[in-house]
Ligand binder design. Structure first.
Ligand SMILES: [Zn+2]
Length: 110
């Protein structure tokens, strides 16, 4: 890591910059917070993903849960991580589900 004030390279885990004495603890805290948000809404997002996936084969309306839970997952995980990717996948699958419902309705009407 590097000192954010003077840019000198520092040993991993050092609390102060050896050149200018600036504290590095804030960066450590930030990293911890990021690690904690990695798992945010994990259960919800996976449930949404499963709903959207099942929706494609069984009940397309379940795709709504994929879109809703996926949106919650994205808002809870602004950093690029596994749960965010799952959220995006859940939303895409959910949209396919809903599009499938609309296609069925259109074909039944014509
Ligand atoms: Zn420094």
């Amino acid at each position: 890591m590097y000192c954010k004030k003077c840019g000198v390279e520092l040993e991993e885990g050092s609390l102060f910059c050896k050149a200018c004495g600036t504290k590095t603890t804030e960066e450590v805290l930030e990293t911890l917070n990021n690690e904690q948000t990695v798992e945010k809404h994990k259960g919800l997002v996976i449930a949404g993903f499963v709903c959207a996936l099942v929706g494609i084969f069984v009940v397309p309306i379940l795709g709504l849960f994929g879109i809703i839970f996926g949106a919650i997952g994205i808002s809870g995980n602004p950093v690029k991580n596994k749960i965010r990717s799952f959220s995006i996948a859940a939303i895409i699958l959910g949209i396919i589900d809903i599009a499938w419902i609309f296609l069925n309705v259109i074909f039944q009407l014509t």
